[in-house]
Design a protein around this ligand. Structure first.
Ligand SMILES: [Zn+2]
Length: 243
């Protein structure tokens, strides 16, 4: 997949979810953002796209070129499913744990802004502290895997990942009608344990989001393989009143 197609698909996803937020009236009915919210969200989105993401990717590439120059492209002949497996561990799993430890008192300042929004919408997807992304292990891993030759599958992976992430934050609850169809219940049971969905994260609407349901997702791999049941105390006290 060439970068142009990849970006076109991601842009289409963003526009599609945005249109559905409006068309379903969920945006108008539930999103009450003030100018500070808008400033924060626009700034963080731009800083991720223009600064933290390129810095992490280029930084990882520079480190690899320096430390393991002979390894450039050595994994480029792996089958696609092996590349996908590596990406799930290196990105999805590390992102799961990065998010999780960002709910501890030490790292909560990097992530507090995400839960300080009083609404759910794709606009809060990247509402985090600058250093939340700068230090995100998955971004650095992606840079390393690009160096090792996983670029082709990484492009597809990112499009799917964007669909999941945007879908999870979307004000339009795309999964709601699916729960009403009895025959789909086993499918939805699996879906909500595999990816984040609007139904799997209603707690985020509260400022004291205790990570209950999302962290219960066993999902695919190691990081999500255990049915986790953290209790409320795991959210730092400051987080409960964060605004
Ligand atoms: Zn969180």
């Amino acid at each position: 997949m060439n970068p142009l197609l990849q970006n076109a698909l991601i842009l289409t996803l963003m526009l599609g979810f945005a249109v559905m937020e409006f068309a379903s009236h969920r945006y108008q009915d539930t999103v009450q953002a003030n100018s500070n919210d808008t400033k924060l969200e626009v700034l963080m989105f731009l800083s991720l796209v223009a600064v933290s993401q390129p810095l992490a990717l280029l930084g990882a590439n520079a480190l690899c070129t320096w430390l393991i120059p002979d390894q450039r492209g050595v994994w480029s002949d792996l089958p696609w499913w092996a590349m996908a497996g590596i990406l799930l561990v290196a990105d999805d799993m590390t992102q799961y744990w990065w998010h999780r430890i960002s709910h501890t008192p030490l790292l909560w300042p990097l992530h507090r802004a995400h839960h300080s929004a009083s609404y759910m919408s794709i606009r809060i997807t990247y509402r985090n502290n600058f250093f939340y992304y700068m230090l995100m292990p998955g971004l650095w891993m992606a840079g390393m895997l690009l160096f090792l030759g996983l670029g082709k599958v990484l492009a597809f992976y990112l499009v799917v990942k964007m669909a999941v992430i945007l879908g999870a934050h979307c004000a339009w609850r795309w999964d709601e009608p699916l729960y009403r169809i009895k025959a789909l219940r086993p499918v939805m049971w699996l879906v909500e344990r595999t990816i984040s969905t609007p139904a799997s994260r209603p707690e985020q609407r509260r400022r004291d989001w205790p990570l209950q349901r999302q962290l219960r997702q066993p999902a695919f791999l190691l990081g999500r393989a255990v049915r986790l049941r953290p209790h409320h105390a795991q959210v730092p006290a400051r987080g409960r009143t964060a605004g």
